[in-house]
Design a protein around this ligand. Structure first.
Ligand SMILES: NC(=O)c1ccc[n+]([C@@H]2O[C@H](COP(=O)([O-])OP(=O)(O)OC[C@H]3O[C@@H](n4cnc5c(N)ncnc54)[C@H](OP(=O)(O)O)[C@@H]3O)[C@@H](O)[C@H]2O)c1
Length: 252
């Protein structure tokens, strides 16, 4: 059961970072994977590499925040699989600013991609998840959902909203055997945080607050996502697994 054999999985934002690590781990565990992102070149590069290794994987250009692209994902699944076992709402962005400096467009964009899109995608794919009879949705939130970690108010708002979205859907869809959980990482080495983590002062500040004295690798997050995707976690729903090197349990 520590496998994903015969499972069909969609991972949004699968071309880089945590999403890419999850695509690779799911394939190694035996799943068939559909992943999305906006940049076609990145998608093709990863898809070709993984297909050459013999994996069953498809990359689809789709912006999670565009209704027509959600329709495209839905049509792809309807035509090829007609059911879905695992949905990982991973695609996310951040624009770091002081609250008063955001334009309305910037602030809405963060909420659209991080909070509204997972809701719209989960709703659009609900009939396929229901058909699975044993489905799992995993929403990627953040430590910023729970504490102020200086990553900007819209990002924090979007991620805390995502935690409650997960809990409410977990209750609403439990009768359909659809589990819904969240994973909340602290700083993780990915293209999203590359610039931030290269700033020595910021890195020192992060490490001083992290008992394990390091940031996470993307694979340390994808392993949690894999556990929640498996039948091994079949009695876990509506939960948030925090992966923060102990950051949230220390006051010094
Ligand atoms: N890294 C961290 O320290 C950290 C900590 C806490 C939480 N998280 C969360 O973990 C998730 C993944 O983060 P990451 O660090 O792996 O980010 P990343 O390295 O920037 O990768 C993000 C992925 O999502 C895709 N993406 C972005 N916007 C999209 C959209 N509108 N539609 C479809 N795909 C989109 C990107 O490809 P394209 O640009 O080509 O679309 C890319 O494949 C995010 O939800 C993030 O908020 C990350």
């Amino acid at each position: 059961m520590w496998k994903l054999n015969d499972k069909k999985a969609l991972i949004t934002g699968g071309s880089k970072g945590i999403g890419k690590a999850t695509v690779i781990e799911f394939l190694k565990l035996g799943a068939e994977v559909l992943f999305t992102a906006r940049n076609e070149k990145d998608i093709k590069l990863l898809e070709t590499e993984l297909k050459e290794e013999g994996h069953q994987v498809t990359g689809l250009v789709a912006d999670s925040a565009k209704p027509e692209d959600i329709k495209k994902i839905k049509n792809w699944i309807a035509e090829r699989w007609n059911s879905l076992d695992i949905l990982v709402n991973n695609a996310g962005i951040n624009i770091r600013k002081q609250a008063i400096d955001y334009s309305e467009e910037e602030f809405r964009k963060v909420l659209e991609i991080n909070l509204v899109a997972p809701f719209e995608i989960s709703r659009a794919l609900y009939p396929f998840l229901k058909k699975s009879g044993k489905a799992s949705i995993i929403n990627i939130a953040s430590s910023a959902a729970i504490q102020d970690v200086g990553t900007g108010t819209p990002y924090a708002m979007s991620k805390s909203g995502l935690l409650q979205q997960s809990r409410s859907l977990a209750v609403e869809w439990a009768e359909d055997q659809i589990r819904v959980n969240s994973v909340s990482p602290w700083f993780t080495k990915t293209p999203l945080t590359e610039g931030y983590l290269h700033n020595e002062k910021k890195m020192d500040s992060i490490l001083s607050r992290t008992p394990l004295k390091r940031v996470a690798e993307a694979e340390e997050i994808s392993s949690i996502i894999s556990f929640l995707a498996m039948d091994k976690s079949s009695f876990v729903t509506g939960q948030n697994i925090v992966a923060d090197g102990g950051m949230s349990i220390t006051a010094l």
